[in-house]
Design a protein around this ligand. Structure first.
Ligand SMILES: [Zn+2]
Length: 151
């Protein structure tokens, strides 16, 4: 919850404060481990440690159209979360990678067929539906991954 995927274009992001080495290692390890579990090992997902995500999101995933490259950014609030919630957020962002092509197809199709106003309304409703989907999947996966790897 509170996370948001930003697709397609880069935005100016707030400057990052220092993240301790242990937290950074935990995040990098969890990310590479779950990338495999989620069958995203052919994606090149890079954490942008030098910048924070835009305000209002815990984390963002920015993909590049028609490729398997993505950049993940975190907010300052993200680092204040307990590890379990940080992991849920990472799973949420990773799930966006599976949905990006479908989301782009839907939005581009509506954009080419409908009025600007209808497209705007569709994009808001569609983004909400995507957020609900990826967040639910992240909750489910968090339970499964903990069982499989941490017992
Ligand atoms: Zn999201």
């Amino acid at each position: 919850m509170g996370t948001k995927a930003i697709r397609g274009r880069a935005k100016k992001t707030p400057h990052a404060h220092h993240v301790d080495a242990q937290t950074r290692m935990d995040i990098e390890q969890f990310l590479s481990r779950t990338q495999i579990v989620l069958r995203l090992q052919d994606w090149n997902i890079v954490v942008d440690w030098g910048n924070r995500c835009e305000k209002g999101a815990l984390a963002t995933m920015q993909d590049m159209p028609d490729s398997r490259h993505a950049i993940m950014r975190f907010s300052e609030q993200f680092f204040a979360l307990p590890a379990r919630e940080r992991h849920q957020t990472i799973l949420h962002e990773l799930m966006h990678c599976h949905v990006f092509p479908l989301q782009r197809l839907s939005e581009d199709t509506v954009n080419s067929l409908a009025s600007k106003q209808a497209t705007t309304l569709f994009n808001i409703a569609h983004s909400s539906a995507v957020e609900l989907l990826v967040d639910t999947m992240a909750d489910v996966l968090l339970g499964l991954i903990k069982e499989e790897h941490c017992n």
